[in-house]
Design a protein around this ligand. Structure first.
Ligand SMILES: [Zn+2]
Length: 721
């Protein structure tokens, strides 16, 4: 889930496709200051001090600092922009674009911390600040994009880009800013600009409302289990977690399962009590759709109408056409073509999966027809029966600490990075640990990697990467600060944290985003690290997942927490044989959401009843009745929690085409640690940021365009014709 800085994409937050969640308990934050006083005492407004070129002052920030700091920083940034726009000198790259890159640094630092609080330390107090600030931040962004004098200067530099002696990166930056301004309405007349700004502010308020409604349904609603019988099938760790959750809610002797994906997916996988599963499933898929004060349907209809109106103002056929213009896919039609080409084989696989599950249920004499709340439960039984693969058998080998060391080792082998824990850096919670990253060959400082592994109140669910500071070197070398955040359950004191195979993959995925930030080697921050098109950004992260299952990693880092024995080769083979298992389900639940996202945003300027639209679109698609969309419309935060992944949820599949094809470059050469291929990957992909067009970057790495065949093989589907 992204929360990119609206003006520049520097403060990227990238996540695996997980839902937002969280809880509204007050999170204590250590402070060494009394309350916010005059703006000069506001720690958010100061330069970042300390080692490594300065680090965020997590130990001194309080919620009441945000509003005055953001207001002051936005005013400063506007003044800097005004000075650039009214410069009497003729526009040049240096006095216009380089000056813009230099401007707004304080606002950017404040916005970064604001994003960190929203994702990790969300309290009712902070949520109130968000409701106030979201429309104001949208208005601020528009004031810059609508500055006519500034746009004339950018246009002049852009038009002269090929004849004015600029480097290729400077030409790319000229294109980047010019394009961003045109797309944000710089060429519109005054009334249209005014209307556009109204739309953007209203959308910002609606996005905030949408997210807070989902959060409310995930927090205020939960499954209560009254008897031991309802716990049948649940592993001990889930029982303990449910008992602890009930205790925390003042319901001792009962069990509570939270209405979040990280709690619901395992419950639906293991709970033998079918009626409890049905209750859980209905509550979970109903988030944002309950008809009460937290119902999102009216918000969705208004968001869609405003997006269609905005696309019209900007001269685009639909919101989807506007969004995809700069994506690697370029048009909604190309994205739809990919989604639809995978849909048919994926649905065919679902029919086989359902038949297998039905046969197993019949053989057990269950006397049921497979329903959506049965899918995960029976799929797990089939997995066990067919592959003899029990998640509980794998977990003892997957210690979080050892796998983290394994990731470091991979980063060393591929990119020559070394990691060293440091203790002289403030963090926002005692769980957060920090490592310094250096270049092995030269000893050069590369950046810091912050790791916040555990779930807790006030933190959104899922896993993500956040760039606290992006690499740049146009004035001076600025090094990268990145974080990985996830929601593992903290172990008991002195016991290792054991995670599932899927979680281990996610760990490597997010670390791939972190390496994309750390490996960045560009001049200008707007083009740095993960600031690349949406449908390209998941490629480096998905690619890194592949190194988890390399024998080199498993032998050394997937070792039993009691015996120290490496994971048996035979168990790894079973994991690999089961790799394409349940791909019908995984692909169809994802594709249904991706197709819905695209159809909603291709519908154009018509009134949409989200509920009816969803039903009719699924019917038209031939959605298998045993599966629900991974994200139903009323809680689809990728799409309605911001503009971020709107008409962009297809990006995960688009990137996976690149991923599957790119890994082939290694297997066709000397294997996953092939020196020459790794060097090409670093040079053309991980270090290049947005300095080159992604299609060109991929071609430079692979020697040709990506082909879809590798993706189909990876998912176990017959090749497309
Ligand atoms: Zn990702």
């Amino acid at each position: 889930m992204p929360m990119r800085d609206a003006l520049h994409a520097r403060a990227a937050v990238l996540a695996l496709g997980a839902a937002l969640a969280g809880c509204a308990t007050v999170q204590p934050v250590t402070t060494t200051e009394p309350t916010a006083a005059a703006p000069s005492a506001n720690p958010l407004l100061a330069d970042w001090a300390g080692p490594y070129g300065g680090v965020p002052p997590f130990d001194r920030v309080r919620v009441e600092h945000f509003e005055p700091a953001l207001e002051a920083a936005m005013a400063d940034h506007l003044a800097e922009i005004e000075a650039i726009a009214s410069d009497p000198a003729a526009p040049t790259f240096e006095n216009t674009l380089a000056a813009m890159e230099r401007a707004g640094r304080t606002r950017e630092r404040v916005a970064t911390l604001y994003g960190i609080w929203g994702a990790n330390l969300s309290t009712p107090e902070f949520q109130a600040v968000q409701r106030t600030l979201a429309p104001r931040m949208a208005a601020f962004t528009d004031r810059i994009h609508q500055n006519e004098a500034l746009f004339r200067r950018i246009e002049a530099v852009y038009e002269a880009r090929e004849s004015s002696g600029l480097t290729s990166e400077q030409q790319r930056l000229a294109w980047y800013h010019h394009n961003a301004f045109v797309r944000a309405g710089a060429r519109l007349d005054a009334p249209a600009k005014a209307r556009l700004s109204e739309i953007n502010q209203r959308l910002a308020a609606l996005f905030t409302g949408f997210n807070q409604n989902v959060l409310a349904d995930e927090t205020d609603r939960f499954l209560v289990l009254e008897s031991e019988a309802e716990l049948a099938g649940l592993p001990e760790s889930l029982r303990e977690a449910a008992a602890a959750a009930a205790g925390a809610k003042g319901m001792p002797g009962r069990w509570v399962v939270a209405n979040t994906r990280s709690a619901m997916d395992p419950f639906l996988t293991y709970a033998a009590d079918r009626s409890a599963r049905e209750r859980a499933w209905r509550m979970f898929v109903d988030r944002g759709d309950g008809g009460g004060e937290h119902d999102n349907n009216r918000i969705i209809a208004e968001i869609l109408a405003l997006r269609a109106e905005r696309a019209g103002l900007l001269g685009y056929e639909t919101h989807a056409h506007w969004r995809l213009e700069n994506a690697m896919a370029a048009t909604p039609e190309r994205a739809m073509e990919l989604l639809e080409s995978v849909w048919t084989p994926a649905v065919a696989r679902v029919r086989e999966e359902v038949a297998d599950m039905q046969a197993l249920a019949d053989a057990e004499g269950a006397g049921i027809t497979i329903e959506p709340w049965d899918y995960r439960f029976y799929a797990e039984k089939v997995r066990l029966a067919r592959y003899d693969l029990d998640a509980g058998e794998v977990k003892p080998y997957l210690q979080l600490d050892r796998l983290r060391e394994g990731m470091f080792w991979v980063a060393g082998e591929l990119f020559g990075f070394d990691f060293r824990p440091v203790a002289d850096v403030p963090v926002f919670h005692p769980d957060v640990a920090v490592w310094e990253v250096t270049d092995r060959a030269s000893g050069r400082h590369v950046g810091l990697w912050y790791f916040d592994p555990y779930a807790r109140a006030g933190k959104r669910s899922g896993a993500w990467m956040n760039a606290y500071r992006s690499q740049e070197r146009f004035d001076a070398e600025v090094t990268t600060l990145v974080s990985n955040n996830s929601n593992f359950v903290e172990g008991r004191e002195g016991e290792p944290v054991l995670i599932s195979w899927d979680d281990a993959r996610t760990l490597f995925h997010e670390f791939g985003h972190a390496l994309h930030g750390l490996a960045s080697s560009v001049a200008y921050p707007s083009l740095s690290g993960t600031s690349v098109p949406r449908d390209y950004v998941e490629f480096p992260s998905q690619l890194l997942e592949h190194w988890l299952s390399t024998p080199e990693v498993l032998q050394r880092f997937a070792v039993h927490h009691e015996t120290g024995e490496p994971i048996p080769r035979e168990l790894v083979e079973r994991i690999e044989r089961a790799a394409t298992f349940n791909q019908g389900f995984d692909t169809v639940e994802y594709l249904a959401s991706a197709l819905m996202d695209m159809r909603l945003h291709l519908a154009g300027a018509v009134a949409i009843d989200p509920d009816a639209f969803e039903r009719e679109a699924l019917d038209a698609l031939g959605m298998p009745r045993e599966i629900v969309m991974r994200h139903r419309t009323p809680h689809f935060q990728h799409v309605f929690g911001s503009d971020g992944y709107s008409a962009g949820y297809y990006s995960y599949l688009w990137s996976d085409v690149l991923t599957a094809d790119a890994y082939g470059a290694f297997t066709e050469a000397g294997g996953p640690y092939d020196r020459a291929v790794a060097d090409r990957l670093l040079r053309h992909v991980f270090s290049a940021g947005n300095t080159v067009d992604p299609a060109d970057a991929y071609r430079a790495f692979r020697g040709r365009d990506a082909r879809v065949e590798a993706l189909m093989r990876k998912r176990g589907f017959p090749a497309a014709n």
